[in-house]
Design a protein around this ligand. Structure first.
Ligand code: NCD
Length: 325
């Protein structure tokens, strides 16, 4: 089954196909006829959103993406407490049960790194596709796809971009998945901003070296303005307090992006954030046209429609002119 587990599973041609499909879906979605046509693409297919960790964007955008393609959706939010997990049921057994209901796709968010991969063996037996919607501090591949799509949609391309990624890079799965994926593109240059104990883990740094993606590690605020000046994309993230044991040993607040930091950024650049944000982006910059995070969330629904459409219609191209006229 075409599971989506890690961002690095996608090749450049696959990424480019997903992004073209997303463009087409966005333009079809702009008309009633287009929407009606999209709703025939995965008619009678079923998807289960199985979320053991909190979510707003990922869960709702997958829910809507599936409905806009005509799918049936069932979901359990906070499955850690409101599903039989609280009674001691294993994730494996829950997947077996969903298999029995004939579900076609399971979108899984789990607090354990590696959980999505672990259940692919069971899912293969009953031909269910697993989509990793976040596995603890591991990965969040569909977020990385929508992040890349945002860069392409807003700046025209991903090649040769200087991307500053900041925040809790050790525990932040969106930053990790994005770092894996940008290494596919020519000339991308990464600047990784985080206190030393929250820097990217060795797995990512090794991957970047192997793919000859230049990166620079920045551990304090001193030269942040210079880095922001060089950036085409500033990708800022939240401190993952839920994954940090004990007292927070770093002051992330000094890395907040506010009007002064925004003033340093180029005119043609964007500020991104997977959301939710806390203090790390000052609401004062929301009105700046370069603040792309809410547009980024919107693109997410369309990218997820493209991914689901691919699962059922890999060889049935989208009809770009479904209009009755
Ligand atoms: C992210 C996540 O869950 O990893 N949220 C999201 O899906 N947009 C980011 C976060 O929680 O910090």
């Amino acid at each position: 089954m075409p599971h989506i587990i890690r961002s690095q599973q996608f090749s450049l041609p696959e990424l480019s196909k997903i992004f073209s499909k997303t463009d087409m879906i966005r333009s079809l979605f702009a008309t009633e006829d287009g929407k009606n046509y999209l709703r025939t693409r995965a008619l009678n297919k079923t998807i289960c959103l199985l979320f053991y960790e909190p979510s707003t964007r990922t869960r709702v955008s997958f829910d809507l993406a599936a409905k806009h393609l005509g799918m049936q959706v069932c979901s359990t939010e906070n499955a850690k407490e409101f599903s039989s997990a609280i009674k001691g049921e294993s994730l494996e057994d829950s997947i077996r049960v969903l298999c029995g209901y004939g579900v076609n796709v399971i979108v899984l968010r789990h607090y354990e790194e590696g959980a999505a991969y672990r259940v692919t063996t069971i899912a293969d037996q009953c031909k269910v596709a697993i989509i990793n919607a976040g596995d603890g501090g591991g990965q969040h591949p569909t977020q990385a796809l929508l992040d890349l799509y945002t860069i392409q949609a807003e700046l025209g391309s991903i090649d040769s971009k200087t991307i500053v990624i900041g925040g809790d890079l050790k525990n932040g799965r969106t930053a990790r998945s994005l770092a894996y994926l940008v290494s596919r593109y020519e000339g991308v240059n990464l600047i990784l901003v985080a206190p030393p104990e929250f820097q990217m883990r060795d797995d990512i740094l090794k991957h970047l070296k192997e793919h000859s993606t230049p990166y620079r590690i920045v551990t304090d605020k001193k030269n942040l303005q210079d880095d922001l000046r060089a950036a085409d994309v500033v990708y800022w993230t939240r401190t993952q307090l839920e994954r940090i044991e004990g007292k927070l040993s770093a002051n992330f607040e000094e890395f907040t992006i506010g009007p002064d930091e925004m003033a340093a950024m180029k005119e043609r650049s964007i500020l991104m954030h997977p959301l939710p944000r806390k203090f790390e982006i000052d609401v004062k910059v929301d009105k700046d046209p370069r603040a792309a995070y809410f547009r980024q969330a919107t693109y997410g629904m369309f990218v997820r429609m493209a991914l689901l459409d691919n699962m059922f219609n890999a060889s049935v191209p989208l009809n770009s002119k479904p209009l009755s006229s």
